[in-house]
Write a protein that binds this ligand. Structure first.
Ligand code: ADP
Ligand code: NA
Length: 296
């Protein structure tokens, strides 16, 4: 069994569908609206729980109806929310406009996620009991760093998704065991558009890197070893939202169960390929039985 703690964001995604996005000062009439729970932290937590991990989430929701729903969705997925704070003010929201050509424009308001400044009593204890801590960059960076350092003190593996891409605080990569950027984030971190080159550069700062390559799969690099390209299963994608989060959640589960990296990467790729064949973020994440059946 994998024991995973996620330290990260929860957001309510508010999605409006329009023929074309409005210009500044313009009003357009949309033809659809949906809300779904999201945030990279919560997405990774749900993905890991569905994939069969024991998962707890450290984060914050606001004192609004979104906060109630975000907590409930995590709990329904089997995620322990005891250390999910309830804070004054709004929950995190992502305001997404999707046009009929499939393009989108997004405003993220951190809300409660922005109030997650530092670890609370109990957080370090929870992290110490885990085998893996999953981190992303949608909460204050000082808190991400504090989490990584707490994990380091207790010999807990840290897996960092460096999204949204931004300058990292000194020390964060030094406390990271496995860095999992997509190819855009890898380019932003290194200045190199070539994933193999970017991975080589990143190995100066972390011991292991997985660059995800969308439909092409992923590239694994570790110090002192040849790079490994793990192709993705060929599928017809419907919605690639949260493919990366599904991948990371499943990867953490497989690694926590002691699987070797190549095997764990293939299994995570199977999970992510299942998720892109279905609409939505959390609703599209596969259960362990489906991943195992599809992995054959
Ligand atoms: P992100 O969602 O963070 O942008 P990627 O687009 O690289 O990350 O996708 C993450 C992983 O999801 C990939 O490494 C791959 O395993 C899987 N994946 C993404 N898109 C597809 C696709 N079209 N077909 C199959 N697998 C996919
Ligand atoms: Na999906």
């Amino acid at each position: 069994m994998s024991h995973i703690v996620v330290l990260g964001s929860t957001n309510m995604d508010l999605v409006a569908h329009v023929a074309r996005a409005p210009e500044r000062g313009e009003t357009v009439t949309g033809h659809g609206f949906r809300t779904h729970p999201g945030g990279k932290g919560a997405n990774q937590a749900v993905a890991a729980a569905r994939a069969g991990g024991t998962v707890a989430m450290i984060g914050a929701v606001g004192e609004d109806a979104f906060g109630t729903r975000l907590r409930q969705e995590l709990a329904d997925a089997g995620v322990d929310t005891e250390l999910l704070r309830l804070v004054p003010g709004p929950s995190g929201t992502a305001h997404i406009v999707v046009d009929d050509a499939g393009g989108n424009a997004i405003v993220v308001v951190p809300g409660a996620n922005g109030s997650l400044t530092g670890l609370a009593p109990g957080d370090e204890h929870l992290i110490a009991a885990a085998d893996t801590l999953l981190l992303q960059l949608e909460i204050p960076l000082g808190t991400v760093l504090a989490g990584a350092e707490a994990a380091r003190r207790h010999g807990v593996r840290t897996v960092l998704t460096p999204a949204p891409a931004q300058t990292l605080p000194p020390g964060l990569l030094a406390a990271t065991d496995l860095l999992v950027p997509n190819e855009h984030e890898a380019a932003a971190l290194t200045g190199s558009r070539d994933p193999a080159e970017a991975a080589r550069v990143l190995l100066d700062r972390v011991p292991e890197v997985v660059v995800t390559l969308g439909a092409r799969g992923c590239l694994y690099a570790a110090r002192g070893a040849d790079q490994l390209l793990v192709p993705a299963p060929e599928v017809d994608p419907v919605d690639t939202t949260a493919a990366g989060d599904t991948f990371v959640g499943a990867l953490a589960v497989a690694l926590g169960e002691g699987r070797a990296m190549p095997d764990a990467l293939a299994w995570a790729g199977t999970a992510a390929a299942l998720s892109v064949q279905r609409a939505g973020a959390a609703p599209s994440m596969p259960h362990r039985s489906e991943i195992d059946a599809s992995a054959g």
